[in-house]
Design a protein around this ligand. Structure first.
Ligand code: GLC
Length: 687
């Protein structure tokens, strides 16, 4: 039996749509005993004491105790699939590299032990084969079932002038790694020497080095790993880089889940700890923030007398610009789904407090207001781009200062919003108010995908349409719905737009279109299937057509193009960190490699990821894993970039783990939503 990637995804969706059987312990004398000691009732009553609201720092011990109980509970009931310990791909046949992937083997498909992923394009397609039995002729046991994903060999999928960088040629770690880290603050729990040893041995692969640094970046709270430092630069001032950022932890969490065997504990602890922080009362001056707001970051504070560890969280009150992180809650939901997908530990997502945490996040976004659009109105600096990138003016003249940037309805947030809605849709239980919330989610998913697919999409034909727009149209028959004045189209877009390709533009609101390219929004749109299949293909076409601009010498441009001169002064407010081609203003961020890799595998063009990974491998480790690069092609290490930036390292690991085993993609990707897919909005035929 042979299945395509699309069918495999469909199976995943179907299995998610079906309610999972509740994992309940065997009843003993009317109640259920857990781990030979606790009854289920005792456990429930312990859970009830876990009031998410207003838990003070000192009460954390009680929460920890509960977490322990939950761990006991889950350890009895969990079905964690046995993973193959084989990480090395089988020897490539003439056409394929064969990769073991047992993680997603489904018990219900015992006989389907070999599968392949078939992409949309023959050139980069991932193929599948199946065999009915194991080598000895016996049907494979469910837990032994394995999927073998066959990825076309690099020779056949690479374009003529591109070859795969052999793993062994990865550059040696920067010689400064060991010595610099030796002097690093003991509070960061670095054990000096191991990295130096790594450097001295000279033969360690970049991945091994990456794992070592990631391990050193673990943050412990009461003896348990709960996240990772944002950076461990031994020279630069720590500022808030010695904190665990929610968004930064996502690639680390994914790397831990994709690892063989997976390291799930840190992800679970992170999810529970941030959930606990969500329960705090959040105040900035005299104003109380919404209940559902998740922290941007947190840190563990050590007190010497008496010895005590406490958590300190930032909900935007300490952040530059005092903006709450809208993306944190969405990432939290997304990584919760990844955790569930990897471990099949449904009990975590089904915990009442986890269900409540999800609902609180969604309530922040789904409440009624004066909105006329399904998109989410955001303040500047509320996501990865956490500094001002917005214009105070709306000068719609040929001077091209008509940016709305991050303020308004940024694609970065809209795509994450959509992704989180769909992930939550899979995990929310319909009990009590759940059913009503699920209905609201369904409606928003439909409206949001229509709005983004229709009004954010830009390709050659659509650009030409906007260029010819009439203005001041009134009523439902208006073509130029937002009264965009064609003179506000910046000159660069006409040159940038290829005949083949397209993308979701940065922001759309009345009379304002920010035509800039933002990578996170576009890749998340592909992963969440907010982009239609043809739009997703067109985004990848654009990346290939504009490789020098969007990838350059060091992947990947966070936004394109850079704001310069007067435009930079107005839009960024003279921000010295966001000068042209630096930081958020056209800088290149290695962390984004994992998003590009996931998106390119999803649409069957892994050669795009491989080209980008090859570039990263030439410099990232040698340069000390910087946070970002500067310059039009990303040639220079960013002027204020931290070294040993954890998410630069984790982004590389996730990209490698996905290329090595494309089935890892299922942890962070959703198939098209059949309900919203019709009527299909295709990109205009521009080539
Ligand atoms: C910078 C980035 C932000 C990131 C933080 C920690 O402020 O702009 O996205 O979360 O550093 O790495």
């Amino acid at each position: 039996m042979s299945k395509t990637l699309r069918e495999l995804f469909h199976d995943e969706m179907e299995s998610e749509a079906t309610p999972k059987p509740e994992l309940k312990p065997e009843p003993v004398n009317g109640s259920s005993a857990v781990d030979g000691g606790l009854t289920e009732q005792e456990l429930k009553s312990a859970e009830a004491t876990f009031a998410c609201k207003d838990i003070s720092v000192d009460e954390a011990i009680a929460v920890d105790a509960l977490e322990e109980l939950q761990q006991e509970f889950t350890s009895v009931n969990l079905e964690i699939p046995e993973k193959s310990s084989t990480t090395t791909p089988e020897k490539p046949s003439t056409d394929f590299i064969t990769i073991e992937a047992s993680r997603f083997a489904e018990e219900s498909k015992e006989k389907e032990d070999v599968a392949s992923l078939e992409g949309e394009r023959s050139a980069g397609s991932l193929k599948k084969e199946s065999s009915e039995s194991s080598q000895d002729g016996e049907p494979m046991k469910p837990d032994k079932a394995k999927k073998t994903v066959r990825l076309q060999s690099c020779e056949s999928i690479m374009s003529d002038n591109v070859t795969l960088q052999p793993k062994a040629t990865a550059l040696k770690p920067c010689p400064s790694v060991g010595t610099n880290l030796e002097s690093f603050d003991a509070a960061l729990r670095l054990t000096a020497g191991s990295l130096q040893a790594n450097g001295e041995s000279g033969g360690a692969s970049m991945m091994e080095e990456a794992w070592e640094i990631i391990k050193k970046s673990y943050v412990y709270y009461r003896g348990k790993p709960v996240g990772t430092f944002a950076a461990m630069d031994p020279i630069a001032e720590a500022l808030n880089y010695n904190q665990v950022f929610v968004r930064d932890f996502v690639p680390t969490g994914l790397a831990c889940l994709m690892k063989i065997p997976p390291e799930t504990e840190i992800v679970k602890n992170f999810l529970l700890k941030t959930l606990h922080l969500q329960g705090w009362e959040k105040r900035i001056d005299n104003f109380t923030l919404g209940e559902g707001v998740m922290p941007a970051s947190f840190k563990v504070h050590f007190e010497k007398h008496p010895q005590k560890e406490t958590l300190v969280a930032d909900f935007g009150g300490s952040a530059i610009g005092r903006v709450a992180p809208v993306d944190s809650g969405f990432w939290w939901i997304i990584i919760l789904r990844s955790y569930t997908k990897c471990t099949r530990d449904y009990t975590l997502a089904e915990l009442p407090e986890v269900q409540r945490g999800m609902k609180l996040i969604l309530n922040l976004c789904l409440s009624d207001g004066f909105d006329t659009f399904p998109t989410l109105l955001c303040a500047d600096g509320c996501s990865m781009i956490d500094r001002r990138m917005v214009s105070l003016l709306d000068v719609t003249v040929k001077g091209n200062i008509s940016k709305s940037g991050i303020y308004g309805y940024p694609i970065e947030i809209q795509a994450l919003f959509y992704f989180a809605l769909r992930c939550a849709r899979q995990m929310l239980k319909p009990e009590r108010d759940g059913k009503e919330l699920i209905e609201r989610i369904d409606k928003r998913i439909t409206a949001l995908s229509y709005h983004i697919q229709k009004y954010y999409w830009l390709d050659f034909t659509q650009l030409n349409n906007i260029y010819r727009y009439k203005t001041e149209e009134y009523s439902h028959t208006a073509v130029n719905k937002f009264n965009v004045i064609p003179d506000s189209i910046p000159d660069w877009v006409f040159d940038f737009m290829p005949l083949r390709g397209g993308y979701f533009i940065g922001n759309v609101s009345p009379a304002r279109m920010d035509f800039r390219w933002f990578l996170v929004g576009n890749c998340i749109a592909i992963l969440s299937s907010l982009a239609t299949p043809s739009q997703a293909t067109a985004i990848m076409d654009l990346i290939e057509e504009r490789w020098d601009d969007l990838i350059g010498e060091m992947p990947l441009k966070i936004s394109y193009p850079a704001l310069q001169g007067h435009e930079w002064r107005i839009v960024t407010g003279f921000d010295p960190k966001n000068t042209r081609w630096s930081y958020h203003n056209g800088g290149s961020w290695p962390v984004l490699l994992w998003l590009l890799t996931a998106a390119s595998i999803k649409i069957g063009r892994p050669q795009i990821a491989k080209r980008a990974i090859e570039l990263v491998e030439q410099r990232l480790s040698k340069d000390g894993w910087p946070e970002y690069y500067d310059g039009k092609t990303g040639r220079y290490v960013g002027k204020q970039a931290r070294k040993f930036q954890t998410w630069s390292i984790a982004g590389y690991l996730v990209a490698k783990l996905m290329v090595e085993n494309p089935s890892n993609l299922l942890m962070i990707s959703l198939e098209e939503d059949k309900k919203t897919a019709k009527p299909r909005l295709t990109r205009s035929v521009s080539f």
